[in-house]
Design a protein around this ligand. Sequence first.
Ligand SMILES: *Cc1c(COP(=O)(O)O)cnc(C)c1O
Length: 724
Amino acid sequence: MGGGNLTNQEINEERMASSLTLFEKCQAVAHNLWWSWHPDVIAMFRDLNPQHWRELGHNPIALLREFNEESFMKRVDEMVLGSRINYAFRRMNQYMEARTEWSSKNVGVLGSKPVAYFSLEFGIHESVPIYSGGLGILAGDHVKSASGLGVPLVAVGLFYDQGYFKQYLDASGWQQEEYNRTNIEDLPLEPVMDKDGKRLIVRIDLENGAIFARAWHLQVGRVNMYLLDCDLPENAPDDRTLTSRLYGGDSRTRIRQEMVVGIGGVRVLRALGIHPGVFHLNEGHCAFATLEVVRCRMEDDGISFDEAVRQVAQQTCFTTHTPVPAGHDRFSPSLIGEHLSPLQRQLGIDFHQLMAMGRERVNDDQEYFCMTVLGLKLSRHANAVSCLHGIISRRMWSSLWPSRSETEVPIGHITNGVHVPSWLAWQMQTLFDRYFAPNWIDEHWNSEVWQDVYKIDPGELWETHVSLKTLMMDFIRRRVERQAARRNEQETVSLNPAALTIGFARRFATYKRATLLMRDIDKLAALCDDPKRPVQFVFAGKAHPADEPGKRFIQQINNLRKDPRFKDRFIFVEDYDICVARHLVQGVDVWLNNPRRPLEASGTSGQKALLNGVLNCSILDGWWAEAYNGSNGFGIGLGTAHANTEIGDDRDAKSLMNVLENEVIPLYYNRDIDGLPHLWIRRMMNSLATMAWRFSAQRMVSDYVHYSYLPAAGGVTCDMNFRQ
Ligand SMILES: *Cc1c(COP(=O)(O)O)cnc(C)c1O
């Protein structure tokens, strides 16, 4: 950099920065998860020790702990890493200082009063295991995109020292769960201190006793994230492990976790002097936050309970994520009494009034307290996560608005999206860089950017895809060998790089019907076994530890490999996580999704796949119901859902087989003299051009700002319900 062009501020920064050693700069970069969506920075860490990088689960802090200043410098010299480290450090600091043009134009009143985003899980990177699946990944992508756009937002969640379980299958194909303790020293967590420099601890009173929680700070780009945990000597022994596991324990564990994230979370923000203008509840889990904010308002402003509720609801945004009834937390009246009575008394209301806030039928003393109902009642800005899910949610919760017709129920929708820099393979990004406008990535949620897809040379697009497919197959081979070694088997897999490869990876909840394909097993065998046009499948996904039917699905899929007709045609990759997801969505040819409509609220893995030129083949549910246009992928089950699930499943299975046999396979194997599947490549381009911008989390967060946050902050009023 020529010094003559630097501003004073830059010169100062440079001076400060140069007082740090390269080792310290590298540490600093490792402590801001900004690195996790920058491929060149990831490559920089990897080059320090590629084998350990992989073995340590892509954790830069753990990797750097293997070095001292001297051994580090030796490696840096060997690999000529010095200027890459300087460059990464510099770019990170510039990013942290910069105010985006988008935010200067769009965030308005949020500038002085940030959004507080509450979620029980956050999926940011595989090395920070505080997520289980789609909900968490969405929260992570939301935070990263808020950082990218420059939306003032703080995130609040829990720190689980054992996270969600690691999955492996035993010799019979049955899922086993293993919990490992994460070493806090290996994570970019900083203890949060109070004004006096002591560890910040918040106390939550129960009817008998109290729970104490401390907070950790995590830097995710420009977003400050605060994670609470309960591993404190002040707590009763049982409560010390309260936050050990995500979705572990019973409903008593769950209500306590939800009090810690909601009530404890609000208290941490207050103790830090953060005064949010908007509260965003990602799913009902965090809805107790609203009650604590109401309590604070009454205390601070001397206003009545009713007035405080009115004000807080005006400032609260609520996102509901599932039409599956079991997906909504419900707590018994006695559990609520045991836990919330102190808060109820402070709110100056009686127990019946408290219960009414979580009840659909306020006078039904038997009804449990539902967190989604609380979220809906205490927020003026509620949304579902896709257009179809909006319709279903308005129907599902219409009893809460008895005087309104179903279409007037105030639940809008903002369709989910994914964080493009996190999910787009760098090889694809490099290809797009050559054909798209400069800096296209900074405006990737603008539809016009993607029209340039049609300029890409079809052969190059295909070659890039094939190279990603090869990398995925290497990854799968390594994984499967490791899995087999663990079972004392010597299994090898030889996937065929020329075969049509279909991926299916998600939670093994039964409504997602992972085994739908297997309803006509002979037909499936015939498709897989066709020597001229072979098909192979890659599966991954965890079942909830208590979900026996889900585990049976995994077993059925996994055991297909023992049937000679499916040898090397059905692969189950264990321990689905962000790392496995990234490899699969970047490397398969087709991404399959066949949920029971309309139970998939949105789904996001297909959005990750499409960014990488993978074609979706899906039931018209969730996001796909609004994305599919006939030429940008494949649609299954074009009819509506059937009330009888058996009949519906049968019909969808037939439709799926038809689409595979008559559309997907012929299109894939229709090659020109150069061996290119021209019509397929055309469809990849259509898919990118029509959807990559729409299903970006940057578009999603920008919609939240306009349709939810700004109205909640009392800025412009724009009613999301007009978006139906
Ligand atoms: C994206 C993702 C999910 C969610 O996928 P769906 O299609 O919404 O089911 C779950 N788990 C992981 C690890 C993911 O990356």
